[in-house]
Design a protein around this ligand. Structure first.
Ligand code: FAD
Length: 269
């Protein structure tokens, strides 16, 4: 079975630390460019930044986000909408963010490593955002799991530029009826939500011919990457919901992939 190049070698994920930084800086650029901070969305941005300050896998992004957070009221005052200062504040915020260099001097670099598509318009930011969210999900403590869930759902709902994606994701968030009490449960929810998106896109990409042909969507992790995640052998075309997953093994795998590997390379460089 042909595997996309980035998953045939599990060590490749280590390079994603660069993309997680790139996605963070790009997210802020997009938010400012599209003037997405509104009186209704301001609080959700603060919550997401709080999550990044504590748990972003890159130390320099934690630091950059902390600087934005401590200066948030001055950068983005509550009365900026009523006083009609939105343009001034947005421009000011752009300059300040540039000065703070939210993830360090050289970010955004303008290219992707792990998330590089075979064409300019494929993969990149949305891949980097997924990797960021998964890496946050395996770094939080149990007591933070509901906070992380709300922060991520609201962030995507308010600040992700792809309209279809935010609607779909919000719908998945809305299906959750009781609060998360364990980080493990939240990490597994995010993993299965991502698989739900993969599964839908597998069908859509087949008919619409969108997506990146060199990186076809798959139910993840494939057996080759995590044999122990699969409890039994099943037909190849089974959807994620019908696969007999060993959730303990999946969680262990997520931690290994998104916490240990992602960080280890970074510490070496
Ligand atoms: P991605 O799906 O971006 O995944 C990045 C990497 O994460 C993969 O290379 C793999 O290593 C790993 N991975 C894959 N699956 C999982 C999993 N289940 N758990 C953990 N890790 C995994 N596009 C649409 O066309 N329609 C949508 O509705 C849509 N919704 C989206 C919602 C969100 C919140 C986001 C962030 C993106 C959404 N996208 C949507 C974009 C789409 O999911 C992909 O990001 C994009 O097509 C690029 O795909 P990719 O091949 O880089 O892999």
């Amino acid at each position: 079975e042909l595997l996309p190049p980035n998953i045939s070698d599990p060590g490749q994920i280590a390079r994603a630390i660069y993309d997680v930084e790139e996605a963070t800086a790009t997210a802020f650029d997009i938010i400012l460019e599209h003037k997405m901070i509104k009186s209704k969305t301001r609080a959700s941005l603060i919550k997401f930044i709080q999550l990044l300050v504590a748990h972003h896998p890159s130390r320099r992004c934690r630091k950059g986000n902390a600087e934005v957070l401590v200066n948030f009221d001055e950068l983005c005052p509550l009365d900026m909408w009523s006083s009609g200062k939105v343009d001034d504040v947005t421009n000011n915020l752009k300059e300040v963010l540039h000065d703070f260099q939210i993830c360090g001097e050289e970010v955004p670099r303008g290219y992707w490593m792990f998330c590089r598509g075979s064409k300019n318009e494929t993969r990149g930011f949305s891949c980097g955002l997924w990797v960021l969210m998964h890496s946050l999900s395996v770094r939080i403590g149990d007591e933070e799991s509901q906070f992380a869930f709300i922060s991520i759902c609201d962030f995507i709902h308010n600040f992700f530029i792809c309209e279809d994606c935010r609607q779909h994701f919000y719908e998945m968030c809305s299906r959750v009826t009781s609060p998360f009490k364990k980080a493990r449960e939240f990490a597994l929810w995010l993993w299965s939500a991502h698989n739900e998106v993969n599964e839908r896109l597998m069908k859509e990409e087949a008919s619409l011919k969108t997506g990146d042909p060199n990186f076809p969507k798959i139910i993840w992790p494939p057996r080759q990457l995590c044999p122990s995640c699969y409890l039994s052998q099943g037909p190849k075309d089974k959807g994620s919901n019908q696969i007999d997953w060993d959730k303990d093994e999946v969680f262990k795998f997520l931690v290994g992939y998104y916490r240990n590997t992602l960080i280890s390379l970074y510490n070496e460089t």
